[in-house]
Write a new protein. Structure first.
Length: 279
C-alpha cells in the first residue's frame, strides 16, 4: 500500500483535531452529522489528508470549543498544510514542549539519530540533560526542570512507539565529561544498559577516522508505517523538518556512510565496556 500523501504540518493539524474531538466526548459520526459532512471527510481531516476549507476547519474547531491559542495554531497549520518542509523559528530559544517532535516520535517505526558532540537526546539520563540545559546560553534557569521533564517525555513517546532505533555517536562525544565525572560515568553505564534492548543499536564513530560523513551536524531520521519519511534537525533556536524526497534520500546516503565507517555493535559495546571498566 502506498504511503499517504501528507505533511508534518498536516499531521500536526490532524492530531490537534483528534485531541479536540476527544475532549468533546462526542462520537466522530455525531460531529460529522452536526457539520453535515460525510464521516470520511472528517476522517481525512483527522488523518492529515486535508479535504476541508479554512472555514470548515474553523467550524469544526468551534464545535470542539478549542481555546483561542489552539484555534489560532491549528488554523495557521491548516492554511499551510500542503507545504512540504517546515522550518520552525522559535525566537530566543526552543519552546519547553517540542510538540511536532513528540507527535512524530509517537508515530515513528524506525528512528536513526546521529550526534557529533554529545549523546543523542533519546539516550540521555536526566542528569545529563540537566547539565546540557544549564550550560546553554539561552535557556532560562527557571525552565530547566520543566525542560528535563519534557525531554524525558520525548523518550517515553519513543519507547511507547516500539520503533527500531539506531544511534550513531562520535567517540569524542563519549569522552566529553558533560556534568562532571559522576554524571558522565552514569551516562556511560546508561548507554551500556540501553544497548541490551532488542530495538536499540548503538554505533560509535571512531575518532581515529578523522574526517567523516557526519561532520555537517546532528540529525534524526524517522520513517512511518503510513507516511513518507522525514528528517528532524534541531538548532539553538529553531527546528527543521525536512520532507523533500531528494533531501531525505541525501540523509539516507549519509546514514549508509556512517554505517560503513562506524564500529559495529559488538565493537561499540566493547569500547563502552572498556570505558565503564575504567570508572
Amino acid at each position: 500500500m502506498p504511503k499517504r500523501v501528507s505533511t508534518a504540518r498536516g499531521r500536526e493539524f490532524g492530531e490537534g483535531l483528534r485531541v479536540a474531538l476527544e475532549r468533546t466526548g462526542l462520537a466522530s459520526h455525531t460531529v460529522a452529522k452536526m457539520l453535515d459532512w460525510d464521516p470520511a471527510k472528517l476522517s481525512n481531516a483527522v488523518n492529515g489528508k486535508g479535504g476541508v476549507s479554512q472555514l470548515e476547519a474553523a467550524a469544526l474547531l468551534g464545535i470542539c470549543r478549542a481555546d483561542s491559542a489552539e484555534l489560532a495554531h491549528l488554523l495557521a497549520l491548516h492554511q499551510d498544510s500542503h507545504i512540504r518542509g517546515w522550518w520552525q523559528q522559535h525566537g530566543v530559544c526552543t519552546p519547553v514542549q517540542l510538540r511536532t517532535v513528540v507527535e512524530h516520535v509517537r508515530l515513528t517505526k524506525t528512528l536513526i539519530s546521529w550526534h557529533t558532540h554529545m549523546v543523542p537526546l533519546f539516550l540521555q539520563t536526566a542528569d545529563y540533560m540537566r547539565a546540557v540545559l544549564i550550560a546553554s546560553a539561552t535557556v532560562p534557569s527557571d525552565e530547566v526542570e520543566d525542560r528535563v521533564q519534557a525531554q524525558l517525555g520525548i523518550q517515553e513517546a519513543l519507547q511507547r512507539s516500539g520503533a527500531q532505533c539506531t544511534f550513531f555517536i562520535h567517540e569524542l562525544a563519549l569522552r566529553l565529561k558533560i556534568g562532571g565525572p559522576a554524571v558522565h560515568d552514569k551516562q556511560l553505564l546508561h548507554l551500556l544498559f540501553m544497548m541490551n534492548w532488542q530495538n536499540i543499536r548503538v554505533r560509535i564513530v571512531p575518532a581515529a577516522l578523522g574526517a567523516h560523513a557526519g561532520l555537517a551536524g546532528p540529525f534524526t531520521r524517522m520513517t512511518f508505517a503510513k507516511y513518507e519519511p522525514l528528517v528532524w534537525v534541531a538548532a539553538e533556536n529553531s527546528s527543521l523538518f525536512v520532507e523533500s524526497a531528494d533531501a531525505v534520500a541525501g540523509y539516507g546516503r549519509l546514514v549508509r556512510a556512517l554505517e560503513e565507517t562506524s564500529w559495529d555493535e559488538e565493537e561499540s559495546r566493547a569500547f563502552l565496556v572498556r570505558e565503564c571498566d575504567d570508572l
